[in-house]
Design a protein around this ligand. Structure first.
Ligand SMILES: Cc1cc2nc3c(=O)[nH]c(=O)nc-3n(C[C@H](O)[C@H](O)[C@H](O)COP(=O)(O)OP(=O)(O)OC[C@H]3O[C@@H](n4cnc5c(N)ncnc54)[C@H](O)[C@@H]3O)c2cc1C
Length: 224
């Protein structure tokens, strides 16, 4: 089984951590891996989407909510430590860099969305792409500054952050990502839709995007 070697980890938001590992394989934007370890003599395995597009140095990044057993184990890793990993798998991928796209990400669902969006803009810097980025509070919006900075280099990239809980620090959009489909699609049905998050968010988006004229075959999604 391949192993990943930790390069660095850091707090990303009040809730999630960013990890960078050296990987012995190449991957495609949107794929995930299964990480495995032993805890108290028992093997455990969890799936994690790779949050970065392919890079020449084969560095892979993750956005992880250290929710429980496995998250805690990952947080205890030190630079240089190794962890067992499957080969990358999964059906999410960049459909067509030449097409316009709308992206929706909530919580750690941002991971494959970041990978595909960055691959999209790298392949087509003038891509027409909109990202609806959601979290419970403003300080939980993952990679917000990085996405904001993309607008300097990609004039047709539109960022729509939204916060679902009452947050006095936040003056922007409110509500879940699903409540912003109309604004994000702006009456266009020639878009590819990419989204990742909890099952109810994914089901809701599938229906809303279909109603907006974006059929199943142009919807690319993952549920956690
Ligand atoms: C294809 C796929 C890709 C995934 N990619 C990611 C990823 O990129 N980042 C990531 O953090 N997780 C991801 N997950 C979820 C991940 O596999 C684990 O379920 C999660 O890390 C919890 O494992 P744990 O052992 O730390 O906590 P557990 O002890 O298994 O769970 C503790 C609690 O945390 C909740 N929980 C689980 N996942 C999350 C989450 N992501 N955010 C908030 N609460 C959660 C559970 O419902 C449970 O109540 C993915 C799952 C799938 C199926």
């Amino acid at each position: 089984m391949p192993t990943l070697r930790l390069i660095e980890s850091r707090a990303l938001t009040g809730r999630n951590k960013h990890f960078a590992f050296e990987a012995p394989f190449a991957h495609e934007a949107g794929q995930y891996v299964a990480l495995s370890a032993e805890v108290d003599g028992a093997p455990i395995q969890r799936y994690y989407s790779i949050a970065s597009p392919p890079r020449p140095d084969q560095r892979v990044e993750f956005c992880i909510h250290p929710a429980g057993e496995f998250g805690n184990l990952l947080c205890a890793l030190q630079p240089g430590d190794a962890i067992e990993c499957s080969e990358p798998a999964g059906k999410m991928r960049l459909y067509d860099a030449g097409r316009a796209a709308v992206y929706f990400a909530a919580g750690t669902g941002v991971a494959p969305i970041r990978a595909i969006l960055l691959a999209h803009l790298a392949a087509n810097p003038r891509a027409d792409a909109t990202l609806v980025l959601g979290a419970r509070t403003a300080d939980e919006l993952a990679y917000l500054r990085e996405f904001d900075a993309l607008r300097d280099r990609h004039p047709r990239f539109r960022l729509m952050p939204t916060v679902s809980r009452d947050d006095p620090e936040w003056n922007g959009r409110r509500g879940r990502v699903t409540s912003h489909v109309e604004e994000a699609t702006a009456g266009r049905c020639d878009l590819d839709g990419y989204f990742c998050g909890p099952p109810e968010m994914v089901s809701d988006l599938r229906e809303r995007l279909a109603a907006a004229g974006i059929p199943d075959e142009r919807q690319c999604f993952e549920r956690y």
